[in-house]
Design a protein around this ligand. Sequence first.
Ligand code: PNS
Length: 162
Amino acid sequence: MKIAVCPGSFDPITVGHLDLVERGAALFDQVILCVMVNGEKHPMFTPEERLEMARAALSHIPNASAEAWDGLLADFAREKGACALIKGVRNGIDFEWEYQMAQINRGLLPELDTLLLPARAEHLHISSTMVRDMIRYHQTLDQCMPAPAAAVLQRIREGKVY
Ligand code: PNS
């Protein structure tokens, strides 16, 4: 069984992230989206909220699931028996960073390869940073967030003020 992990902050999950998991699910037997802690970032949503939105977004993909992990990515991949990481690249800056991360993760777990998938042209401008701004300024999220995740977000917002 070929298992891939799709790691990230997912703060929140975007249509670009969903596209990655859908494409990964067509290539691997199982894809596990992993909601992680990025030490460089101050998230808008808690790990539990990010996980709930991700799970809602993936609910139509039978061989995809989502989990949260507060540790080293390579340890999560080892625990799951994953052979690959899936990351999206929108531009050269993403590539430079993901190339470095791929080397680091392969150094930590030699059997773990990284698959870099080019973002679809229509998703090139979409990022979690941009979605957070859309949320802050109460803009419509139809184009940038999967609808089931936006529905979870709506419930979260009803109990919270940003
Ligand atoms: O969506 P992001 O913020 O670009 O995802 C980055 C993330 C969370 C995948 C990365 O920061 C990460 O892997 N963090 C976990 C700690 C880790 O394993 N770091 C790499 C080796 S030092």
